[in-house]
Write a protein that binds this ligand. Structure first.
Ligand SMILES: NC(=O)c1ccc[n+]([C@@H]2O[C@H](COP(=O)([O-])OP(=O)(O)OC[C@H]3O[C@@H](n4cnc5c(N)ncnc54)[C@H](OP(=O)(O)O)[C@@H]3O)[C@@H](O)[C@H]2O)c1
Length: 432
C-alpha cells in the first residue's frame, strides 16, 4: 500500500467504549491500512470519550477523555461514532455534532426511534449524514441494503426477529420444554440477557428497532410510543407444544406493513407456520424478511448483537461515510416530513390462537361456536386435550379477523359458566 497523505486523514471521535465501542476502537487500530486503502484516505481514531478515562481498556491511554463535547468540537474530528446508548446525553451530543456539519454513526436504536426525525433533519441542514446499520439487527447488513440495494422497490412489508434475547428464550422453551423463568436465567448466565431484562423481554428493544424499519418502509417517522407491543413473559411451554402439534412455531416478531390507507407496526409473540422463512431462525440469531414489489421476498439473517458483529456494522458505516465525505448522500438521508402512528391493534386483521380451560365440554363447545359466529370469527382448527379433574383444555386457531371482534368474543367466552380460564391468546401470521 503506497504512502497515504496524513494531511488528508479523516479524524474519528468515539463516544463510548463499552461492548461496541471497544470493538470499534480495536478494528480501527488493527485494520488501519486496509481501511485507508478502501476509503482512499487514512481513517484515524483521534479520541474516545468515556465516563472513566483512567480505566485500563487495553487501548492507547492517550486517546481517552472524559468530555464528549470536546471530542465533537475538535476541528480535526470529522466523524463521530456514538456508542454510549440511552437518550441523554446521546441525543444532545448527536445534535451538536450534526449542527457543526459533522457526520454521525450510531448504534443507538432508542435515541433514533424516539428522536430520529429531528436528528435526520439536523443532518440535512448541517450537510452531514447519520448512519445506523448497527441499531437494527446488529451485524446483519440491513439498513444499507434496504436503502440502496432494494431502492428500486416499493416495500410492502417487513417481518423480523429483531431481539436475540427473546429468540434465545423462546428457542430453549420450544426445544427443551423449559419454563420462561429457567430459560431467562440461562440467557442471563450466558450474557445474552441483561440483569434487568425488561427492555428485551417486554419488547421495548424490538419496538425501537421496528419503528426504525417501519420508518424506512413508510418514509415517515413512525412514533415508537404508538407501536402496539407485547412481550414474551406470558408464553407457557404448553403453548409452544400445541403450536408445534399444529405445525407452527412461536417467535417474537416485529411486523410492519401497508394496510390500505393505514400502516401496521406491531411487536408481539406470533405463531408462524414451520415453512415460514423466520421459523427456523433459532437462538440469538436475528432475521428480517422483506417484500418488495420487484424483488419479491428477501430474508436477511445473522448475528444480531455482540462486540464483533456490532462493531462490524458500525465500522462498515464509518468507512462508507468516510468515503462519501462532502458528498450529499440523499439515498441514506431518511428524510421524514411527519410523525405517523401505526394503527391500534383493534383495527388490525390477524388470525389467533386461543387456549382455554373448560369445565363442561359439550355445552361449552356449542356456546363458544355461537359466540364466535356472532362476532364473525371463523375457526380454522380446534383441538381438545384432557386436563386434570375431568376438565379439558381447548386449543383453537381462527382465520383472519378484525382484532376487536376477536377480543370481544374472547371477553364473552371468559364469562361463560362452563369456562374456567382463558389461558392464552397469541397472534398467528400465516405468511411472511
Ligand atoms: N452490545 C450490543 O451487542 C449492541 C448491539 C447493537 C446495538 N447496541 C447499542 O450500542 C450502544 C452501546 O452499547 P454497549 O453494549 O456498547 O454499551 P456499554 O457496554 O454499556 O458501553 C457504554 C459506553 O458509553 C460510555 N458512556 C455512557 N454514558 C456516558 C456519558 N454520559 N459520558 C461519557 N461516556 C459515557 C461508558 O463509559 P464507561 O466505560 O466509562 O462506563 C461506556 O464506555 C447502545 O445504544 C446499544 O443499544 C449494542
Amino acid at each position: 500500500m503506497g504512502m497515504m497523505n496524513q494531511d488528508q486523514a479523516i479524524g474519528v471521535g468515539l463516544l463510548g467504549c463499552g461492548v461496541v465501542g471497544g470493538g470499534v476502537a480495536e478494528l480501527l487500530l488493527r485494520n488501519r491500512d486496509a481501511y485507508a486503502h478502501r476509503v482512499g484516505k487514512p481513517v484515524v481514531l483521534k479520541a474516545i470519550a468515556v465516563r472513566d478515562p483512567s480505566r485500563d481498556r487495553g487501548l492507547p491511554p492517550e486517546l481517552f477523555v472524559s468530555d464528549p463535547a470536546a471530542v465533537i468540537d475538535d476541528p480535526e474530528i470529522a466523524l463521530i461514532v456514538e456508542v454510549m446508548g440511552g437518550v441523554s446525553p446521546a441525543r444532545e451530543l448527536i445534535m451538536r455534532a450534526l449542527e457543526l456539519g459533522k457526520s454521525v454513526v450510531t448504534a443507538n436504536k432508542e435515541v433514533l426511534a424516539k428522536h430520529g426525525r429531528e436528528i435526520f433533519e439536523a443532518a440535512q441542514k448541517g450537510g452531514g449524514a447519520v448512519y445506523f446499520e448497527a441499531a437494527v439487527a446488529g451485524g446483519i447488513p440491513l439498513i444499507m441494503p434496504l436503502q440502496r440495494g432494494l431502492a428500486a422497490n416499493s416495500l410492502a412489508s417487513v417481518q423480523g426477529i429483531i431481539n436475540g434475547t427473546t429468540n434465545y428464550i423462546l428457542t430453549r422453551m420450544a426445544k427443551e420444554g423449559s419454563t420462561f423463568d429457567d430459560a431467562l436465567a440461562d440467557a442471563q448466565k450466558l450474557g445474552y440477557a441483561e440483569a434487568d431484562p425488561t427492555s428485551d423481554v417486554e419488547g421495548h428493544d424490538a419496538a425501537y428497532k421496528l419503528s426504525l424499519l417501519a420508518s424506512l418502509l413508510f418514509g415517515e417517522h413512525v412514533d415508537t410510543e404508538a407501536v402496539p407491543r407485547e412481550g414474551i413473559s406470558g408464553i407457557m411451554p404448553q403453548d409452544l407444544t400445541y403450536a408445534r402439534e399444529l405445525g407452527y412455531v412461536v417467535k417474537l416478531l416485529g411486523i410492519a406493513k401497508r394496510a390500505g390507507e393505514g400502516l401496521e407496526a406491531r411487536v408481539h409473540p406470533t405463531m408462524i407456520p414451520v415453512d415460514h422463512p423466520l421459523a427456523r431462525i433459532d437462538g440469538v440469531t436475528n432475521a428480517v424478511t422483506v417484500h418488495g414489489d420487484a424483488v419479491g421476498e428477501v430474508t436477511f439473517s445473522g448475528p444480531g448483537a455482540g462486540r464483533g458483529p456490532t462493531a462490524s456494522a458500525v465500522v462498515g458505516d464509518l468507512l462508507n461515510v468516510a468515503s462519501l465525505l462532502d458528498t450529499p448522500d440523499r439515498m441514506m438521508a431518511c428524510l421524514q416530513s411527519r410523525t405517523v402512528s401505526p394503527m391500534p391493534l383493534d383495527e388490525v386483521d390477524s388470525a389467533f390462537y386461543l387456549r382455554l380451560q373448560a369445565k363442561d365440554v359439550p355445552g361449552v363447545l356449542g356456546a363458544v361456536g355461537t359466540c364466535f359466529g356472532t362476532h364473525r370469527v371463523s375457526v380454522r382448527s380446534f383441538v381438545q386435550h384432557p386436563a386434570e379433574g375431568g376438565h379439558a383444555e381447548l386449543v383453537i386457531v381462527t382465520h383472519r379477523v378484525r382484532e376487536a371482534s376477536f377480543r370481544a368474543a374472547v371477553r364473552e367466552i371468559a364469562e361463560m359458566p362452563g369456562i374456567r380460564a382463558i389461558s392464552n391468546v397469541i397472534h398467528v401470521e400465516e405468511q411472511a
